[in-house]
Structures are given as C-alpha cells and as structure tokens.
Design a protein around this ligand. Structure first.
Ligand code: NAP
Ligand code: ZN
Length: 350
C-alpha cells in the first residue's frame, strides 16, 4: 500500500513530502495507523548525514504510537483497534546469545533499525515513523497502557524513555542512589523523571540556565549549571551513577571527577565528532568506569512502558505539524526544545 511520508533525499536538503510503499501485512505482521511520532536527535544526526552511512531517501522517526488497523493470521497478542507503539528496532536475528537474552538491541548479527536498516521491502532500507502507516512484525510491537489522552506524550518513551530506563536499571539505580543526568533535552528530561520515579536523589546538569526551574519541576532534587566550576566542584566524588545524554562532543573529565570510587558514567549521546580522550588517572585512582548503553530490549521496553504508566510518567512535549520539522531540527540543534517535539501525524494528510 502507498502512504504519505516526509523525508530527505540528501543530507543537505530539507525534508519534503513523499509517498512510500508499505508491505501487505504477512502472517505475523501488525499494520499500524500512526497517530504521533516523536522527534529524536538521532533523526537529525541521520537525516543530515552526521554519522555517515545514511541511505536516501531517508524517512526518520522511531518514537511511533498509533492504532492497529490489521493483523496477520498468526498474530495473537494484538487486535484491530489496540493502542500500540514501535521504537527503534523492527527486527533482529532471534537466535544469537543477545537475542536469546532478550537484548535484541545488541543482536550479534545486527538488529534492523526502524529507519536506515537493510530490509527486503522497497526501497531496500527501512523507512520510519514520519509517515501515516507502518507494518511491523508483532515481536517488535509494544502495548500501550497509558490513558489514550496521553498518547502523544507517550511517543517519546519509545526511544528517549527506554534509552534512559535501561541503563538506570542495569546500574541498579534506586532508593539511596545519587544520580546525575547530563543534558536536559529529550533523553535527559526522561532520565530525570524516571530516576526520580525509581526513588533516586537526582541532580540535573545543564548548560542552559533557562532550564534550571524546569529541571526541578521534572523531578530533579538539585540542578547544576555544568559551565560553572564552583557548582560542579561542590559535587566532587559524590555520584554513584551519571547518565550522560549530551549530543555534542565535550570534556568528560569534569563529570568523571564527580563519581564516587567505583562509580560509573554511562554515555548514551552519539555526537558527530568524538569526545576528547578522558583522563586515565581520574579513572584509575578511584576505579571509576565510563560505559555506553544502547536503547533497550523489547521485553524491557514493555517493562518501561508499564512502569511509566504505573508512575504516571510521560514526556513534556511540543506538538508540531509535519511541515514544521526543519524548524524543529534547528531548534533541537540549539538545545531549544522543552523537551521533545512530537509530530501530529494527522497533518501528513493535508
Ligand atoms: P536533545 O533533545 O538535543 O538533547 C541533548 C541535550 O544535550 C541538549 O538539550 C543540551 O542540554 C545538551 N547539549 C547539547 N549540545 C551541548 C553541548 N555542546 N555541550 C553541552 N551540552 C549540550 O537530544 P536527544 O534526543 O536527547 O539525544 C541525545 C543524544 O543521544 C543524541 O546524540 C542522540 O543521537 C543520542 N541517542 C542515543 C541513543 C542510544 O541508544 N544510546 C538513543 C537515542 C538517542 P542542556 O541544554 O541541558 O545543556
Ligand atoms: Zn531516538
């Protein structure tokens, strides 16, 4: 079937309306009418070719929510009319050790991302959620249990939510932990909300003085302007865990120095240009770690959605029309989003 979409034909071109093909649902497929799609900084990195390897035409979008319109004959978990979500992956090998552990994001044969991944479908690479409909294998479809009125604000959970939830869980954040969240954008604001809901003492690190009051309202116990050395030094050697979501190259040492002995800073931001190499001495002398983390597995994504529904956690969003996407990217590039843009997919029809 042919559906309307928005995408780019080259890294230096604005996004434009296009029509794309979706496969007819197979036996295990779920067809979804997309209601909303969140705008992740990864969409911008990919569309503008900042990471290299972008396949054009590129239709981004991996924070997808909507309603099931058809299911294949072997689908038992979903029915027409259900509210569902799709995140950053639409397939994986299902038999490697990572897939067997429910960690499809680390599939050793390469998971298929929701956009810019190899597929048998036209045009040979996956096309994401800046579109009216998507067809996805049922194993990669998530159930949404939030009230329907919150649907638009649930969309960002599919990437920003799971990318922060998974490392917070993996490094056992909870009551009694002191946690730093660096960069209060789409991922960071979800990190603050989720770490707060997990019971941690949360310190938000921002370079934007204008986000100070907001960060407290999001659930931070303290806010630090990371450009102010005195404010930074007041937290030296005190963190169990720091989650760094910054989308640009920056000095990591200033944050490593805030970790306790045995503390970890996990990086989830994927900047266009590498960070300067961190100081090895600062790691060695306090047995500190720098780690990385990629989204989360499907089972864990469902767990995150249910956790957020139970704690009434959703994203703070600015709704946009599809044709406002380029201005939204420019604002996101300037750290000027409070705190996630979400596309109203109905505006694709016009
Ligand atoms: P975003 O909404 O643009 O937020 C990034 C935040 O980083 C900004 O709001 C800003 O926060 C801070 N920042 C930006 N430039 C900075 C600079 N030069 N120096 C210091 N701080 C700066 O982006 P996002 O959607 O949250 O994504 C963040 C990064 O994570 C991107 O690189 C994205 O590709 C990546 N990502 C990774 C995964 C994964 O699985 N690992 C998943 C999704 C996204 P303040 O204004 O508070 O300083
Ligand atoms: Zn994302």
């Amino acid at each position: 079937m042919t559906v309307k979409a928005y995408g780019a034909t080259a890294g230096d071109q604005p996004l434009e309306p296009m029509t794309i093909e979706r496969r007819q649902p197979g036996d295990t497929d779920v067809a979804i009418a997309i209601a909303y799609c969140g705008v992740c900084h990864s969409d911008l990195h990919t569309v503008r070719g900042e990471w290299g390897g972008t396949l054009f035409p590129c239709v981004p979008g991996h924070e997808i929510v909507g309603r099931v319109t058809a299911v294949g004959s072997r689908v038992t978990k979903f029915a027409v009319g259900d509210l569902v979500g799709v995140g950053c992956m639409v397939d994986s090998c299902q038999h490697c050790p990572s897939c067997a552990d429910g960690l499809e994001q680390y599939c050793e044969n390469g998971m298929t991302p929701t956009y810019n991944g190899a597929t048998a479908d036209a045009p040979g690479h996956t096309l994401g959620g800046y579109s009216q409909e998507i067809v996805v294998d049922d194993r990669f479809v998530l159930r949404i249990t939030h009230p329907e009125e919150q649907l638009a604000a649930v969309a960002p959970l599919l990437c920003a939510g799971i990318t922060t939830y998974s490392p917070l869980r993996h490094w056992k954040v909870g009551h009694g932990s002191k946690v730093g969240i660096v960069g209060i954008g789409g991922l960071g604001h979800m990190g603050v909300k989720i770490a707060h809901a997990m019971g941690a003492h949360v310190v938000a690190f921002t370079t934007s003085e204008s986000k100070r009051a907001d960060a407290l309202a999001l659930g931070a116990d303290e806010v630090v302007n990371s450009r102010e050395d005195r404010e930074m030094q007041a937290h030296a050697n005190s963190f169990d865990f720091i989650l760094n979501t910054v989308a640009a190259s920056h000095d990591l040492n200033a944050f490593v120095a805030l970790l306790k002995r045995d503390g970890t800073m996990t990086l989830v931001g994927v900047p266009e240009h590498p960070h300067p190499s961190p100081d090895v001495g600062s790691l060695i002398f306090q047995r500190r770690s720098i780690a990385g983390s990629l989204i989360g597995g499907i089972a864990e994504t469902q767990e995150m959605l249910d956790f957020c529904a139970g704690h009434n956690v959703v994203a703070d969003i600015e709704m946009i029309r599809m044709d406002e996407i380029d201005q939204a990217y420019d604002r996101m590039q300037r750290s000027d989003v409070k705190y996630r843009f979400v596309i109203d997919s109905a505006t694709l029809a016009g």
